[in-house]
Design a protein around this ligand. Structure first.
Ligand code: NDP
Length: 312
């Protein structure tokens, strides 16, 4: 027996996916949303969100995502645990396999699988994540105003975030693992000319110090072999992100890093009926509010696609 064809399948449960679900449900598309590996997405590892409009006094990340979810469910979105493990977009309907054992057929698929920050992979980093360790200066820098912080990385993101932090913090140590930076010259100059930023070259992070909150960082100079402890209260990791796009890249146009390409001004991909929103297609802004905005766009694009193709 052929599987039932649903109108709208949403993959991913960050601000983009849930916003798509709210709009799709209110439009009568009866969306089914699969939450993926990290229900609630990257915000579930953030303590406080203070820059999402509407939460005047701030909100903690997991609570905000619960609110998004409850709002989607209120309009009848069917939110399920499960990970999309495979897709077949070679024909219509679009086929998506969940947890390697169930296949769904859908007229439209909204990809909202986000991106994951890269981490150093050391034990203290995981233990103190959310308690002084962060991968987003724009999200969490404010909590360390007038304090000393460290940031790891040497790309454009690290330079941009170091500069952002220097506006708030009393001092920023930038830990660079080589004797040069990968970042564009203009971004490097901005960092090098900022008196609040001290660049520590040829250094790798051995351990983030502190039991329940960050108290410092121990780094090792790769040239001299010497260890050094720096007292900081915030530790930012800015060594890049990976878009969660692996199962789609055989079908969907993408850039060299795997970010899905959408037609500018829309969430349309190169495959009719497949839309992408949020961080999986955005290497530039990466904010909850921009992700939510494109989630809305994806649901509207899906609705219009269904109407244009007279799928009721
Ligand atoms: P990148 O991949 O460009 O840079 C990652 C940086 O992290 C590199 O300097 C790398 O060091 C370092 N790194 C990686 N792993 C480790 C590790 N384990 N320990 C220490 N350091 C590590 O990522 P970005 O996020 O900076 O940028 C991604 C893309 O987005 C780029 O194309 C960038 O140009 C773009 N971008 C543009 C912006 C703008 O124009 N305003 C702003 C932000 C991003 P190494 O160099 O030694 O490999």
């Amino acid at each position: 027996m052929n599987p039932e064809v649903i109108k709208c399948l949403i993959i991913g449960s960050g601000p983009a996916g849930y916003t798509a679900a709210i709009y799709a449900a209110r439009a009568g598309l009866q969306p089914i949303l699969y939450q993926g590996l990290q229900p609630g997405g990257q915000l579930t590892i953030t303590n406080d969100v203070e820059n999402y409009p509407g939460y005047r006094d701030g909100v903690n990340g997991p609570q905000m995502m619960e609110d998004f979810k409850a709002q989607a469910e209120r309009f009848g979105a069917d939110i399920r645990y499960g990970i999309a493990t495979n897709v077949d977009f070679s024909g219509k309907p679009l086929m998506v396999t969940i947890d390697d054992n169930q296949t769904l057929a859908a007229h439209t698929v909204i990809i909202a699988t986000g991106a994951s920050a890269k981490w150093l992979g050391i034990e203290s980093e995981a233990r103190l994540n959310g308690n002084g360790v962060s991968a987003c200066a724009v999200c969490d820098g404010f909590f360390y105003r007038n304090q000393e912080v460290a940031i790891v990385g040497a790309g454009d993101t690290a330079c941009e975030e170091a500069t952002y932090l220097a506006n708030l913090c009393s001092k920023v140590y930038m830990i660079v693992r080589r004797h040069e930076m990968r970042a564009s010259q203009v971004m490097q100059n901005r960092v090098k000319n900022n008196p609040k930023i001290e660049i520590i070259w040829n250094a790798v992070t051995e351990e983030i110090l502190g039991e329940h909150a960050v108290e410092g960082v121990r780094i090792k100079n790769m040239v001299t072999g010497e260890n050094q402890e720096i007292p900081v209260t915030g530790f930012f990791v800015a060594i890049g992100h990976d878009p969660n796009s692996k199962i789609f890249v055989d079908y969907i146009n993408h850039d060299e890093q795997g970010y899905l390409r959408t037609i500018p001004g829309s969430t349309k991909t190169n495959i009719d009926g497949v839309f992408a929103c949020g961080d999986v297609q955005d290497n530039e802004y990466r904010q909850a509010v921009t992700a939510a905005g494109t989630g809305c766009m994806a649901a509207l694009d899906a609705e219009r696609y269904l109407a244009a193709n007279e799928i009721h």
